[in-house]
Design a protein around this ligand. Sequence first.
Ligand code: SF4
Ligand SMILES: [Zn+2]
Length: 335
Amino acid sequence: MDNSHVVRLIRQLRKESARKERKNLIGAWREKDRLNGELVDSFVIIFRTSGCKWAKISGCSMCGYYNDTSPEIDGATLLTQLKEALGKYHGEKVVKIYTSGSFFDENEIPKSVQDEILSSFSGAERVIVESRPEFIKDPLAEALHQRGNVMVALGMESASDETLIYRINKGFLVRHYVRAAETLNRHHVPVKTYVLFKPPFMTEAEAIEEAVHSIEFAAKYSDVISLNPMNIQRSTLVEYLWKRGEYRPPWLWSIVEVLKRTHHLCEVVSYPTAGGTRRGAHNCGKCDEKVVEAIYNFSLHQDISYLEQLDCECKERWEKIVKYGPQFWDYTVES
Ligand code: SF4
Ligand SMILES: [Zn+2]
């Protein structure tokens, strides 16, 4: 069995034309986050880059970040973006740097620019950057340790190779995540692990069980685990399936269930992108706002009581879907 049909579709759906000839920062804003058990201000920066190495040759089934990249971007452009970001930075304790790819991929961000960016935020207590595992090597991990404030986020997504290959087309296996996480652990560089909640081609019940297993697996390598519920991004395989009625984003009740079963393992957080909308994790429409807020509050305060008193008439339907399968999902009610 191979995954070439999935790869073919991912490539077909990608619209090269969607890539804009823009060179500016995608975004920069302030939000709340946790640091050493406390609630603090954090500063989020999304750099526009030339794109993820993996997305250029194949790509993940859910990832639409490619749409925001631009082939024109070089080191000088990135430094201009850095200047733009620094103009908006007000000394927040946590800085989160996203690139629509891997911060440590030197084809995406030249090494000198990586250093310049990290040095610009040397006063922050924590700087979080994301990377695919293949860029994490011992000398890099040691250099990050010397900086003292860098946390690396690794998108493991799932502890199942079957899911990584056939449902996500991630381009690496669980053992590659483990090697990178162990390298960072060896050099005492904090690790944040992303677990993708509800990849395509699985039921709600399977998604819950796999996410719980993935969090249990990643907890021993991670300081923080972020449970990232699927959201439907443009020009992706997941969007294609969703438009054909063959995929539904996870229920918010399922996120609550996973958090309740895993919160004791390490710091587990979830901030559902597009939560409560049709393209994000959602329930019936009536209770969504309340449940999304509870998930955010749980994540920020690490207090499980936020998730304990939630209820709505749709919970019974969700329980049946989990128990008996997706035939209980009524498309007409959903749309
Ligand atoms: S999810 Fe990450 S690794 Fe996959 S294509 Fe998108 S940016 Fe690249
Ligand atoms: Zn409801």
